[in-house]
Write a protein that binds this ligand. Structure first.
Ligand SMILES: [Mg+2]
Length: 250
């Protein structure tokens, strides 16, 4: 029987993880380990300086009190699964997209990144759309991706960042292998006052936006396709290796 390890960054109570859990249960055993709160934007943080507690929510369903997605993957693999590798790790389905440079902040993508570090084939799922997300429909596409990955395997040293448009399954145009796009909006800091008149600050984005370049993750979801971007752990800029050596005359 297939085993899936499932996590997210929106919290164990989120609709996205429930929809993905329900869908994956039709294929195999789903061990779900997720944060106890919404940790969107937490990135790849791992908790070293404080203890973690784990609480059972349901059968094969656990929440880590104060744990990040990377913590959840760690505890799920070493504690719940006793170091036995699952067939696939899934992270999500995130409420909102993870496109372009945003993936560096993403707890959802970091959950899959942690899985890859532990040697587990891993996929991050996010939903793209402004309206209320129909997770049941989005999960149908996620299942198609999971089945394809199980059938064809994963390239070495790779994990996948999958973004699915918030459309009915029969409205989806298809599946595209894409590259990471680039953002075209600037973040800004809102200056507000607390009830005592003291200044407080809120980091926000003026509006969502990415460059609409063909072949990118954003281009795909914008046009109604499921975007599948292969990522790897090695952040070396290989194109810059020679240039830097030349500049430094090494
Ligand atoms: Mg999130």
């Amino acid at each position: 029987m297939l085993t899936f390890l499932l996590t997210n960054d929106d919290g164990y109570f989120s609709e996205g993880i429930k929809a993905l859990r329900d869908t994956l249960k039709s294929i195999g055993r789903v061990v779900c380990v997720a944060p106890d709160r919404n940790l969107s934007g937490v990135g790849h943080s791992l908790t070293f300086n404080s203890p973690l507690r784990i609480r059972r929510v349901d059968e094969d369903f656990w929440t880590v009190i104060g744990g990040t997605p990377a913590d959840c993957v760690h505890l799920g693999y070493y504690l719940i699964l006793n170091g036995e590798k699952p067939d696939l790790l899934c992270s999500g389905i995130n409420e909102g997209p993870n496109l372009g440079e945003d993936i560096t902040y993403s707890g959802t993508v970091s959950g899959a990144m942690e899985g890859r570090i532990l040697g587990i084939p891993s996929v991050a799922f996010s939903a793209f759309g402004r309206d209320e997300i129909n997770f049941e429909e989005v999960a149908k596409c996620a299942k198609d991706v999971v089945l394809k990955v199980l059938e064809t395997g994963m390239p070495e040293d790779t994990y996948l960042n999958v973004n699915i448009p918030n459309l009915r399954r029969d409205e989806i145009k298809g599946f595209l292998i894409t590259r990471q796009g680039k953002r075209s909006y600037k973040e800004k800091v809102l200056r507000l006052s607390d009830p005592h008149g003291k200044p407080i600050y809120w980091i926000t984005a003026e509006e969502f936006g990415w460059r609409l370049e063909e072949g990118t993750d954003y281009w795909a979801v914008y046009h109604g396709y499921v975007s599948i971007t292969p990522l790897h752990l090695d952040l070396t800029n290989y194109r810059a290796l020679k240039e830097l050596k030349d500049r430094w005359k090494l």
